[in-house]
Design a protein around this ligand. Sequence first.
Ligand code: UD1
Length: 329
Amino acid sequence: MSKPPLLVTGGAGYIGSHVVLQLVEAGERVIVLDNLSTGFAEAVLGAELVAGEVGDRALVSRLLAEHGIDTVLHFAARTIVPESVADPLRYYGNNTCATRSLLECCQVAGVRHFVFSSTAAVYGIPDGPAGEDSPTAPINPYGASKLMSEWMLRDLSAASELRHVALRYFNVAGCDRQGRIGQSTAKATLLVKVAAEAAVGVRPQLAIYGTDYPTADGTGVRDYIHVEDLAAAHLDALRYLRGGGASVTLNAGYGHGYSVREVIDAMQRAAGAPLPVVEQPRRAGDPPVLIARCERIGRVLGWQPQLDDLDLICASSLAWERRLAAQRG
Ligand code: UD1
């Protein structure tokens, strides 16, 4: 008997669509549930797209039952830190309450495997590189909204047959190297994307938010992970859960960081031209440094990064941005 399809929420979004592509290439059948608020139907390649809300119980229950789904990968969320500071209830509603509703549907339908998109933002301002056992102390509603979802998953896994992998993403960047999909988000805020937009002239300038952080060059430091490496970690998580692996929370990063200025330098190398940079004050909710300790994911899932290369990350983002610019004409 063939395996049931996987349900992927948020599969039309930036990260979700890259995971869907790898799942489909690995021979999985995939149903994407996405409200298309920030995602794009054309980013869903090789999978069925259902337009709808994760918090729509009737819809989710019907999908789970109709297809006999036993595995859910949950990406759908709002993800912008400053937006979460300005509109916290939206984040608790979209991320925490919707996840609770989804989990309840999963429980009723007997879903056994759940892969959850969590975030490094659960660590707040860690003392040094953040390990999975480092204290969780989010400094913005986005991180808190995701941490609350982790807690629900932890407790549900303890109380039921459900097993889960929660992946705490660090800074996801780059695009499919074959150029089939990328990051198309309107009003993007992510540094690498914004830098690529500045490089193609879509954006008149690129702001550095804060030059007075206690870092080597005064700008914020993040652990940038190529979206294709991150996507591969989800396939490893799936294999792990199907193989009977216990519920676990894992960091997904490379274990080293780059400053905003270093990212800009890399984008300038990719573009072969200087970017229009301006210095601005710090942005609300931003920690100075966020770097993963990430031995555990290798040990538990067997995940090995293949694309740990900032120049490659920037080049793939720039290539996608050029493609978008060409489409716009
Ligand atoms: C990103 C993710 C967040 C995740 C976090 C983990 C999104 C939208 N954000 O947030 O979900 O929890 O990684 O670390 O997916 N910067 C500039 N100029 C810009 C944009 C950014 O200087 O125009 C700086 C920021 O101040 C920060 C760094 O670049 O120091 C990275 O910012 P950004 O790319 O927005 O990601 P995070 O806020 O870290």
